[in-house]
Design a protein around this ligand. Structure first.
Ligand code: MG
Length: 378
């Protein structure tokens, strides 16, 4: 079943100021229309039709969007969008104003779900303020608010029904619900959302910005994981640290290649994800990991992060030893670790310190490592 969306963005409304129609103005890090489009992308709708003023085609370059020229009225614009959808045979279509950028997934889902049992469904909020009639700054009467609603979008319809309604419609209409009702389509009211405000004035930009910041804060999932590991020195002529082979008079002991730096970062990632540690995922008792390249462990942790929706935005490891000297190899270590983790080398830090000849690292009995990793849900 295909559920399409038409974003109506052909308006020239400049009451919000800024010299550009409001849908093209910035709101936070993106333009108003980009927030709107992303909401429907996240909800999995497609095809996505954007109805544009013919002068604005250069402003919309997104490859997943079908751009359609608007008409002289809102109805004509929507009809152009519906006709453009015909070859895609959608089952349901949602029609939404570009200037409502804070529409969210649950609201979209409510409209779609209502269309399982109705030809039309639209979100609205009951009027709670008292209503007056007024003229020239004077109250001339009161209006019973019982049964009154504030209409929002997206307004949703069975595609065949709303296309037929628009084709038959003459004159102008306030919205698509008016067009649908003129054609005898029953429209179900689903609960709207106070946040789903329509940007009209300059004040609305401020309110939308506040709500956006609030939402970003609620959705933000930033995690910090830490790791610690030690491997003892034994026989050998080299060590492998953060994926780089360094000649040395001794080697590091361990079941795998004993890359203490890589193990520490791997554990920090598992820690940030709250998914155990390297020993749980790759038990030392399992002979298949004997002499294994530690890249396998790190790649596993990175894949797990990706599967859980996290991006690794930063990793910092400190190697603690008197010898070998790490400094000359740090650039190669950063490059190798960044490659395996699929992050920019600027986000990968490798540092080293001695322990002033104190303790087991000071006596040259082994190498210890500490790591911190930052993960952000994207
Ligand atoms: Mg280890």
């Amino acid at each position: 079943m295909t559920n399409a969306v038409i974003i109506v963005a052909a308006g020239r409304g400049q009451r919000a100021g800024g010299g550009l129609p409001k849908q093209w103005r910035p709101l936070g890090a993106k333009r108003v229309i980009d927030h709107t489009l992303d909401a429907f992308r996240r909800a999995g709708l497609g095809p996505i039709i954007v109805v544009l003023h013919p002068d604005d085609f250069d402003l919309m370059q997104d490859s997943d969007v079908i751009c359609v020229p608007g008409g002289s009225t809102r109805d004509a614009s929507v009809r152009n969008g519906l006709e453009a959808l015909l070859p895609h045979h959608p089952t349901k279509v949602l029609i939404h104003d570009a200037a409502r950028p804070l529409v969210d997934g649950p609201l979209i889902d409510r409209v779609l779900a209502a269309l399982d049992h109705a030809d039309g469904a639209a979100p609205a909020l009951a009027v709670t303020d008292a209503l007056w009639h007024g003229q020239q700054d004077r109250v001339t009467g009161t209006q019973d608010r019982e049964g009154l609603f504030r209409a929002q979008t997206p307004q949703g319809f069975r595609f065949d029904a709303i296309l037929a309604a628009h084709r038959r419609h003459t004159g102008t209409a306030a919205d698509d619900v008016a067009v649908a009702r003129a054609a005898g389509i029953d429209v179900t009211i689903v609960p709207g959302a106070e946040d789903n405000l329509k940007i009209t004035t300059a004040d609305d930009f401020g309110r939308a910005n506040d709500k956006l910041t609030q939402k970003l804060g609620q959705n933000m999932d930033i995690r910090t994981g830490n790791g610690f590991d030690v491997h003892r020195f034994g026989e050998g002529d080299h060590v492998i640290l953060c994926g780089v082979k360094i000649p040395h008079s001794r080697g590091l002991q361990g079941h795998s290649d004993a890359d203490v730096g890589m193990h520490t970062i791997t554990d920090a990632i598992y820690g940030g994800l709250a998914r155990g540690d390297i020993g749980q995922h790759f038990p030392p008792s399992d002979p298949q990991w004997k002499g294994a390249a530690s890249e396998i462990f790190l790649a596993h942790a990175c894949n797990l992060a990706r599967e859980m929706g996290f991006t690794i935005t930063h990793a910092d490891v400190t190697l603690i030893c008197e010898f070998p000297k790490v400094g000359p190899h740090a650039p190669a270590m950063r490059t190798e670790m960044a490659r395996i983790m699929g992050i920019d080398v600027d986000r990968m830090s490798v540092k080293a310190t001695t322990s002033e000849r104190l303790g087991f690292t000071g006596r040259g009995e082994g190498i210890a490592a500490l790591a911190t990793v930052t993960l952000v849900k994207s």
